[in-house]
Write a protein that binds this ligand. Structure first.
Ligand SMILES: *[C@@H]1O[C@H](CO)[C@@H](O)[C@H](O)[C@H]1NC(C)=O
Ligand SMILES: *[C@@H]1O[C@H](CO)[C@@H](O)[C@H](O)[C@H]1NC(C)=O
Ligand SMILES: *[C@@H]1O[C@H](CO)[C@@H](O)[C@H](O)[C@H]1NC(C)=O
Ligand SMILES: *[C@@H]1O[C@H](CO)[C@@H](O)[C@H](O)[C@H]1NC(C)=O
Ligand SMILES: *[C@@H]1O[C@H](CO)[C@@H](O)[C@H](O)[C@H]1NC(C)=O
Ligand SMILES: *[C@@H]1O[C@H](CO)[C@@H](O)[C@H](O)[C@H]1NC(C)=O
Length: 146
């Protein structure tokens, strides 16, 4: 498990986007570091299937700082591979599960498209990015291929 790493990656990304436009913003952005508390998937034997079913991810909104109230979020799918020693989340940056939703919604909906050609694993995670990021507990996805 390494959500600190996810956070750091996102932070660098945010910085790299801002650096070119305004160094003043970098300082301001650095002060706003809210990591969402993910409430679902909650590690309670969650099993999803790729296909038409609409799933959701939820998080607490009470603690969103003022400066991040208008932010939109992005949800990435990733997984841990037990054969791999670097605790990489293998996040699929190219194909977010959901994006453009308001962080204050506290929920986002999506399907697991068969065209992702996933492998069935019990170690998938969802990463929610908006201000800083955090990852969910692990869940199982029973995969179908397109
Ligand atoms: C998991 O589900 C069981 C049975 O519904 C419930 O008692 C338990 O509180 C749940 N645990 C979590 C972490 O949600
Ligand atoms: C989110 O998903 C959970 C688990 O499938 C479900 O119990 C819940 O009703 C869903 N929430 C909404 C608002 O659709
Ligand atoms: C968020 O949006 C509202 C309404 O557009 C605006 O009044 C407020 O200043 C914005 N807050 C931030 C931190 O950008
Ligand atoms: C993980 O570590 C073991 C023992 O140190 C090593 O044999 C193996 O090649 C490593 N696997 C990867 C994917 O780096
Ligand atoms: C999924 O597999 C199909 C059949 O092998 C292939 O045509 C398609 O390009 C793959 N999609 C992705 C996103 O890899
Ligand atoms: C990240 O989310 C988990 C639930 O998946 C929660 O237990 C943890 O407190 C959150 N981490 C931070 C830094 O908010």
């Amino acid at each position: 498990m390494n959500f600190a790493n996810t956070f750091f990656t996102f932070f660098l990304l945010a910085l790299s986007q801002l650096v070119s436009t305004s160094p003043v913003l970098v300082t301001r952005e650095a002060e706003v570091v809210w990591s969402p508390t993910i409430t679902y998937p909650d590690g309670n034997d969650t099993v999803w299937q790729s296909g038409p079913t609409v799933y959701n991810m939820t998080w607490y909104t009470d603690d969103i700082p003022e400066d991040a109230q208008n932010n939109t979020g992005v949800i990435m799918l990733g997984y841990f591979d037990n054969d791999d020693n670097d605790s990489d989340e293998h996040l699929d940056w190219k194909r977010p599960l959901a994006s453009g939703f308001a962080l204050t919604d506290g929920i986002a909906y999506f399907t697991i498209e068969p065209s992702r050609n996933l492998t069935t694993r019990n170690s998938y995670v969802l990463c929610l990015l908006g201000d800083s990021g955090n990852i969910s507990k692990e869940l199982t996805i029973e995969a179908a291929q397109a």
